[in-house]
Design a protein around this ligand. Sequence first.
Ligand code: PGA
Length: 248
Amino acid sequence: MKYTVVPALNDEEFGQKAADVFIKAIEGFQSPPSVILPTGDTPLPFYDSLVDRAKASGLSEFYYCQLDEYLGLHAGHEKLFINQMKKNLLDPLNIRVRLAFESAANPGHMIDNVISRFSYAGHPDLAVIGIGGNGHVGFNEPGSAFEDGVRVVTLSEQTIYDNSQNWDLAQHGEFPTRAITLGISDLKKARQTILLVRGEKKANILARALTGPIGPSVPASYLQEQQNVTVVADMGALSQMSPDIVFK
Ligand code: PGA
């Protein structure tokens, strides 16, 4: 087993423990690392904790790289992941952005830019990720090959359902059906990975990802083959994992 599990009793402890793991990770790099960070509900206590910690005692420098983004929303749209990241973390901490997807009319051009940037400057050093209810990472939906790189994808029905729960049609317009995402092959190149998981609704998919068969039907299962993985998860999310793994 190559991953370490850090269990948390509640949201506050989850945020603090995730911040501890993250700060130790970025301090371990010799120069400021490029870091992929996720959006969604899961990381919010982590971002709150990071902002508090940074205000209290400062934070080592790092650069932000975007993991995924909806396509087709206008630049100021509050549901764009880049705008959520700015609000929750990047602006309060003045974090510099190394890679951001614009919700551009020309995703092909954007993808070419990302590929050439990765081949010139290297891939992000640290990947902080979440897991979707269907096992997706970023928007690498079930069926995505581990060799896939950055690309445009069509969202699965489950992702559209899950992510549209807090989406007000009158306020936010039509829910997007396409997105751009870094691929599993990009995530595999990170030297270190932190998986954040909260809530009992993720318990089954987390157990499948970490202990089930490895393959594209559960994209997050790539983590079983990855070095240097830390899983920060609450007890609900860990409820279907063997205690031998959680408390080893
Ligand atoms: P969530 O999303 O944190 O809102 O559950 C996670 C994901 O879809 O990757």
